[in-house]
Design a protein around this ligand. Structure first.
Ligand SMILES: C[S@@+](CC[C@H](N)C(=O)[O-])C[C@H]1O[C@@H](n2cnc3c(N)ncnc32)[C@H](O)[C@@H]1O
Length: 268
């Protein structure tokens, strides 16, 4: 019943914004686990992508890989990077460390996620501030790369987000984006929005199978974490949200109703 109400209201931009704000404010506030750094569904690389060898053991290697393989689509070293929808900041911390950008700024709608990210990840080239994808609080032509991981499906106005990205990017700068849409027709709408954005489409790839493989590989660890972190009465709801094997998210991605894509766009 709740799902039906949410699905109906999600047609309205104001509700999408409200839903995202409330969900992610509450998540950071009520599940402040300091070792939970990522909120995306993860990525298993293609056979032709170089394997990632990490020096330290990471609790969520597949969500980290989502960032790593997206970021390899352009060079971040010495660049000014913005991440829109940085969540708990794990991806920002990894990229700010591993890829040596000059600066890495994460913005997120949820103030509690921003506070948590600033508390968990301290590094000289990295900071997090509250802000909206639809009104990026930065000057025109001030960035080389914008990263956007599994966040655009939450936005009230995606065209406005793409226009804001185009405004803040320097000429030649890149938008690297991964996200899903719950139905193929909604991904087709997103593809049209991308084509009409005024940014050049450099690469587009359906990565649904990579995300499915990551969900399956991470599932035992994810289920165990949910049992440890989440009160029993919320575990079912949270498992659906987290996309465990057998959840609606997983099933619809597996049967092709839902699709997950990676895009590389450039301001030319
Ligand atoms: C699924 S989480 C992904 C977080 C992070 N990218 C990751 O992979 O761990 C989506 C994030 O987008 C943020 N978000 C949603 N709508 C937003 C908006 N309009 N502006 C900025 N951030 C937004 C949410 O607060 C949340 O932190």
């Amino acid at each position: 019943m709740i799902n039906l109400i949410i699905k109906t209201f999600k047609r309205y931009a104001w509700f999408k914004r409200f839903n995202a704000k409330v969900t992610y404010e509450l998540l950071a506030k009520f599940v402040p686990a300091e070792d939970w750094h990522f909120m995306n569904y993860g990525y298993e690389p293609n056979a032709d992508e170089a394997p990632l060898h990490l020096n330290e053991q990471v609790l969520q290697p597949y969500p980290l890989q989502m960032y790593h393989y997206l970021a390899t689509k352009t060079a971040l070293a010495t660049k000014d990077v913005l991440e829109v929808g940085s969540g708990r900041g794990g991806g920002a911390r990894y990229l700010a460390n591993a890829m040596n950008p000059n600066s890495y700024l994460g913005i997120d709608l949820a103030q509690s996620a921003v506070d948590l990210a600033n508390k968990l990840h301290r590094q000289s080239n990295l900071k997090f501030i509250q802000g909206s994808a639809e009104e990026i609080p930065l000057p025109d032509n001030s960035l080389d790369v914008v990263i956007n991981v599994e966040s655009s499906h939450c936005y009230g106005n995606v065209d406005q987000f793409l226009s804001e990205v185009k405004r803040v990017l320097r000429l030649g700068g890149y938008l690297l984006l991964v996200d899903f849409r719950n139905e193929v027709k909604n991904m087709e709408l997103f593809q049209r929005q991308i084509r009409n954005s005024g940014l050049k489409l450099v690469q587009e790839e359906n990565i649904s199978k990579n995300v499915i493989a990551a969900i399956e590989a991470e599932n035992p660890a994810k289920v165990k974490r949910i049992e440890e972190l989440i009160p029993k009465r919320w575990q079912k709801l949270f498992s659906d949200f987290a996309g465990v094997v057998g959840s609606r998210f997983y099933n619809t991605l597996k049967n092709g109703t839902r699709v997950y894509y990676r895009f590389v766009l450039q301001k030319v």
